[in-house]
Write a protein that binds this ligand. Sequence first.
Ligand code: SAM
Length: 329
Amino acid sequence: MRQRAQFMLTHAITADPAYEFASEVKLGLTRRGQKELPSKYLYDDVGSALFEVISVLPEYGLTRADERLLQRHADEIVDMISGPVAVAELGSGSGKKTRWILQGLCRRQHTPYFPIEISRTALVMCERELGDIESMSIVGFEREYLDGLVEVAARRRPGQHLLVLFLGSTIGNFDRPAAVNFLQQMRGILEAGDWLLLGTDLEKSIPQLITAYDDPLGVTAAFNLNLLARINRELDANFELEQFEHVSKYNPTARSVEMHLRSRRAQTVDIPRSGASVDFAEGETIWTESSHKFTTDEIFWIARKAGFRCRRQWVDHEWPFAENLLLAE
Ligand SMILES: C[S@@+](CC[C@H](N)C(=O)[O-])C[C@H]1O[C@@H](n2cnc3c(N)ncnc32)[C@H](O)[C@@H]1O
């Protein structure tokens, strides 16, 4: 019988997310040295919608590579994961690419799917995108990654393994030590025999990387500038958006593409709900996101350090990208 997926939103753990946003904005913009804002705040309603557009831009081959690998190898991936599983996806976004894995699992058995997202808009898109898959139930968690995973792990049934999906190279938003630390924390929530399917974008030419994060249409610029617009909307700030420009640059030491917002002139911005007034020098930047790039070999090493073993790796050569199936040991 065709089973319509059920969707239940639960609420964020944070007692007051607006307070947390206000204090993190103040902390990041008033620190000494490089000003910084956490990349998770790029994803409000507008940001999540703009990210969907980025994912289909010709210059941003990452999402298509990830999807090609998932589509081509879904059966192999599903065959390697035996027994009953529940699927948790960290930062699912719209969940479009996840369909291939879920359909494979659902052909075998009824599968519970738990997208974990900081963005409610993304959770709603995910339900629309995947809600028609037969033999699947969906419960979305509006949570930070690991808080959500703790809740999903608490729901596991006896004998059921967890398959965690962390796709789209979102792991690249962490610097390398933080990525290892994050995976170690994840491993602490999982049990031996659980699985992690990890998407990782690989190193490629610098011009190709720069353009991927600074497309000629200006969608990525809008995605980045929306963070300032969000601070205006939610914290009553007075950022003049035309006085900031989007910058994407390659950091060869970190092997990452960094997104910044550069002040076009000396200016002061008031953020009343953060209780802050921030001075910008001409040319000064706010660092908003990093996307670290990997080699295929280092994934094996990172997995080991975090308590996983990389059992299989599939590589897309059109846009170098690796899908890695890790087993919790
Ligand atoms: C780069 S997008 C990737 C989306 C999708 N997985 C894909 O591959 O296209 C990152 C997603 O993670 C979510 N996200 C970012 N930081 C988060 C956090 N700390 N906890 C939960 N979700 C987060 C964002 O809302 C966004 O939808």
